[in-house]
Ligand binder design. Structure first.
Ligand SMILES: Cc1cc2ncn([C@H]3O[C@H](COP(=O)(O)O)[C@@H](O)[C@H]3O)c2cc1C
Ligand SMILES: O=C(O)c1cccnc1
Length: 341
């Protein structure tokens, strides 16, 4: 399938120029720590000396999973449409945080097992994926459609920042399967408690996910792996990540499931990671390892394990602060402050 090209790397002088500007702000050299690296990254993503964030969009990609009928989650499948309704009514954590942070909130139904909720964007592929422990979660045609839906959604959205969120009971399972296949790590290192499974629950989840890997050994390419193990929300999100990177937008990655979408996007279109800011390290066990593997350093570590885009929303003020500091702080020269010897 046709995926957009990523923008050429920023002109060679830009990184040096922005670093020079940061180093001449009125502060001890390096004293704003990782906020300085964040400011530089935002400048490089936008290809400008003075980055500015406009009309940030938080999108919650929602879908159901065939695996959720196999006892892999602590909560029932019905929670997906119920939480979509809660998000639209303004009562979910992500609704509160989006409101509080001034983020436009879109709920994209990528394949929830219930009629389309009023106010949700219709990107439905089917009423949930098939059970991947018995064969592919979806067809290649469905996978391509989900990727295209995600790209088209971003192309319609204003602004230059995409914050990733998701909702789908069972989707930590799909993310774990993708992690195992994309990283090559043993499955046991890729599985966590999700919504709060106890030890017996995790053992059951691991057994079901082992069946899913066995049932899908034939999948080889990133697209085949995505179709075999993915969820509709994860593939739609991956399409959005590719389109966002292609249009010089910053992508704010939330927790374990959104990391799966980004890793998949990177496998499909290498280079998209440069556009990604990792908001936080989730309490979902394997997330730390996957971040390491992607050489990603998350901004926050708050023991969050919610998803929805909650961590992305909480990290958002750091991005706006990084831009403001880079564009508004005085330099030693302009403020008449003596620089180090
Ligand atoms: C009430 C409720 C609200 C949520 N909001 C996000 N999730 C999170 O939990 C789910 C993934 O965990 P698992 O794979 O164990 O099902 C996803 O929907 C994720 O967004 C929620 C889960 C629940 C129960
Ligand atoms: O890290 C996440 O995004 C996460 C972890 C557990 C449950 N839901 C989401």
């Amino acid at each position: 399938m046709n995926l957009p090209e990523l923008p050429a790397l920023a002109e060679p002088g830009l990184a040096a120029r922005v670093q020079h500007a940061i180093d001449h702000k009125t502060k001890p050299l390096g004293a704003l720590g990782r906020v300085e690296a964040l400011a530089l990254q935002l400048a490089l993503i936008q290809g400008v000396d003075k980055p500015a964030l406009r009309q940030p969009q938080l999108v919650v990609y929602a879908a159901d999973h065939g695996l959720s009928r196999r006892g892999v989650s602590a909560y029932p499948r019905e929670v997906t449409p119920q939480m979509v309704a809660n998000m639209l009514a303004g009562g979910a954590a992500v609704s509160v945080l989006a409101r509080q942070q001034g983020l436009a909130l879109t709920i994209a139904d990528c394949g929830v097992d219930a009629p389309l909720a009023e106010g949700a964007v219709d990107l439905r592929i089917a009423a949930g994926t098939a059970d991947s422990s018995a064969g592919p979660a979806m067809t290649i045609e469905q996978a391509e459609r989900a990727l295209r839906n995600g790209m088209a959604l971003v192309e319609r959205l204003p602004g230059n920042a995409l914050l990733l969120g998701e909702m789908g009971i069972g989707n930590t399972s799909s993310a774990s399967l993708l992690m195992a296949r994309l990283t090559g790590l043993p499955l046991a290192d890729c599985v966590g408690r999700g919504t709060g499974l106890d030890d017996a629950g995790v053992a059951r989840k691991l057994a079901v996910l082992g069946d899913a890997l066995a049932a899908n050994v034939a999948a080889r390419t990133p697209l085949q792996i995505a179709a075999a193990l993915g969820g509709f929300e994860i593939l739609t999100m991956a399409g959005s990540v590719i389109a966002a990177a292609a249009s010089c937008r910053v992508v704010v990655v939330d927790g374990f499931i959104t990391t799966a979408a980004v890793a998949l996007a990177e496998a499909l279109r290498p280079g998209v990671l440069a556009a990604c800011v990792f908001a936080h390290r989730s309490a979902e066990g394997p997330h730390a390892r996957w971040l390491q593997q992607l050489a990603a350093r998350p901004l926050l570590d708050l023991d969050l394990r919610l998803g929805e885009g909650s961590g992305a929303a909480l990290a958002w003020p750091l991005l706006t602060a990084a831009c403001a500091l880079l564009t508004e702080m005085a330099s030693f020269e302009s403020a008449g402050v003596s620089n180090r010897e």
